[in-house]
Design a protein around this ligand. Structure first.
Ligand SMILES: Nc1ncnc2c1ncn2[C@@H]1O[C@H](COP(=O)(O)OP(=O)(O)OP(=O)(O)O)[C@@H](O)[C@H]1O
Ligand SMILES: [Mg+2]
Ligand SMILES: [Mg+2]
Length: 548
């Protein structure tokens, strides 16, 4: 009841509400993206030998909410957390006599996304009505672009880590069939106590880009890597914020199985998956399910399914569609959408009122793939490290800030970023922008290491202290805890002497030519000095003491 009085439209004609906890959609699910992609389990997991040659086929439809302050065809504000039905214009509520007015920002976003994904931009595209009868779509249809979408024939290039050690970057690509502009629907919320469905139209009419991909993937891991790459691209472009837990990026996974060389199998569609991890799990489960079903003589139904996060299973949705007739028809209230290039705007048209494709192209930022290549080239780091840097939100920026502020070599910096920093962040489930050690503080510590004020072992201790007391700074911690480099020759001589005397076997081995054993003695000295001893001096002293 509270919800109804809070501004929901109460819809009494909806039968059998599906029970969803009210407001659960508003909960922000903490996203923690692993930098190593989940193992591809679909193919190798098919242990049953009776149909070994079956493979999974996956095609995604991605709905990306356009990052715009207002909706696609109305001036209402786009807002995730406003009170229900407080961002609804007459047009959004489909009141008779209201007309759509196309939002230029949404068109520019779709053009930019199309260009970034290597699409052909259609200089003329059309809007159509697609009919559904859902309570959260008051017009009874969605305005979309079925006949002639704004962008077609693109390519999404992505990579994931593979190989036995999962450190090889494997590049792949997926054909993008089309990108179409369309309206989002409202939200239906089912109040289990009142047995009623409540409608919130705040989202109704928000601009979406639907990206339809060809069925070029074969397992959950590939789909997860592709969607993560798409998310990074959209975020770099600023055309979609890509927050999946807020529904800004929603994925429908179409899944089938077949034997290579044979026609594609019947697909099922797992709808509205809102996390990359769940996407991979849902697809792998669905491939497995279909294979087992066929193996037992069953047939795959062309149906819509939902993923149950708790059980890890996909289940048929109640509204089994079968072949749904959307009764597509041209949208009579919108003229064709025409795009132009500079210098070719017809007389009489105000250039500031049209979208110029070349202008949009000139605004394309550095895309993730290009950034990875640049990081490898500019800083001499490994490709897999560039992959980690770019795929973890904010990590590449952090790394570049440290590199610019320290004298240490980028190759040294990368070790600290992917080992010390990332493991601390992961342990506490923090994002890079929540790091307790700021990029500049790490740069300062690395400078102290570089200039011989602290050994690398002690620097790691300083880093952990810095994490606990970020306000102190590395220098103060080194002073307070006496972690500075121990380089007093006389003291080191005494410690080395002691270590040599207590390790006669090792000394003998070194004297017999096994020089690697010297490292063990060095380790002992570092143990004695809590990692503070100057390794160069220690090595020299030990070499002298063990030489026969
Ligand atoms: N046999 C198949 N196996 C897996 N995926 C498939 C197969 N055939 C088609 N697909 C994928 O299904 C998706 C079809 O999307 P499209 O938007 O064209 O149609 P739709 O799903 O019927 O429409 P809607 O937008 O209403 O969901 C594409 O991503 C395509 O790659
Ligand atoms: Mg579709
Ligand atoms: Mg679909």
């Amino acid at each position: 009841m509270a919800a109804a009085s809070a501004g929901f439209i109460c819809n009494v004609n909806v039968p059998k509400p599906v029970v969803i906890k009210l407001f659960s959609l508003n909960h922000v699910i903490k996203r923690r993206l692993s930098t190593s992609v989940t193992r591809c389990q679909s193919q190798p997991q098919v242990k049953k030998r009776s149909c070994p040659q079956m493979v999974g086929v996956v095609g995604l439809e991605v709905h990306a909410q356009i990052n715009s302050t207002s909706k696609l065809f109305s001036g209402s504000q786009v807002s995730f957390s406003s009170p229900p039905n407080s961002r609804v214009s007459y047009f959004d509520a489909s009141l008779p006599g209201t007309l759509p007015v196309l939002n230029r920002r949404c068109v520019e976003a779709a053009v930019m996304t199309g260009l970034a994904l290597n699409c052909t931009i259609n200089m003329k595209s059309l809007f159509d009505r697609k009919h559904y009868f859902y309570a959260d779509m008051p017009a009874g249809y969605q305005i979309t672009q079925q006949r002639l979408p704004i962008a077609v024939s693109g390519l999404l290039i992505y990579s994931h880590l593979g190989g036995p050690k999962r450190n090889q970057v494997i590049s792949k690509s997926i054909r993008i069939k089309q990108i179409q502009l369309e309206q989002d629907s409202g939200k239906s919320l089912h109040d289990e106590h009142q047995s009623q469905t409540l409608i919130d139209l705040n989202r109704a009419g928000v601009g979406l880009m639907e990206l339809v991909m060809e069925p070029d993937m074969s397992c959950g891991e590939e789909a997860a890597a592709a969607v993560r790459e798409l998310q990074l691209i959209l975020q770099a472009l600023g055309t979609c914020q890509g927050n999946m837990s807020e529904g800004q990026l929603r994925v429908d996974a179409n899944v089938s199985v077949h034997r290579p060389g044979e026609p594609l199998g019947v697909r099922t569609e797992v709808k509205n998956i809102n996390s990359i991890r769940h996407l991979a799990r849902a697809i792998d489960h669905e491939i497995q399910r279909q294979m087992e079903l066929l193996e037992q003589g069953g047939v795959v139904q062309n149906e819509t399914r939902a993923f149950d996060q708790k059980t890890g299973l996909t289940i048929p949705m109640r509204d089994k569609e079968g072949l749904q007739d959307y009764r597509f028809m041209p949208e009579p209230n919108l003229p064709p959408l025409l795009l132009y290039v500079s210098g070719r705007v017809p007389a009489g048209l105000d250039p500031s009122q049209v979208v110029l494709v070349d202008r949009v192209k000139a605004l394309l930022p550095e895309l993730p793939g290009v950034r990875r290549e640049r990081l490898v080239e500019e800083y001499g780091i490994l490709p897999e490290h560039s992959y980690t840097l770019v795929n973890e939100d904010g990590l590449a920026d952090y790394f570049e800030t440290v590199v610019k502020a320290t004298k240490a070599e980028p190759r040294k910096v990368i070790g600290w970023v992917v080992k010390e920093l990332l493991s601390n962040l992961n342990q506490q489930n923090l994002k890079v922008n929540q790091s307790l050690v700021a990029a500049r503080a790490l740069a300062e510590l690395l400078d102290l290491l570089e200039t011989g004020h602290v050994s690398s072992t002690a620097a790691k201790v300083v880093f952990q202290e810095l994490w606990k007391n970020p306000e102190k700074g590395a220098e103060k911690i080194i002073q307070e805890q006496n972690l500075g480099l121990m380089s007093d020759a006389a003291t080191l001589q005494i410690i080395c002497q002691k270590v040599v005397e207590s390790h006669p076997e090792e000394v003998k081995a070194i004297q017999n030519g096994n020089h690697k054993v010297l490292n063990k003695l060095m380790g002992q000295v570092q143990k004695e000095t809590k990692g503070r001893a100057d390794p160069v001096q220690v090595r020299a002293i030990l070499q002298e003491l063990t030489s026969s």
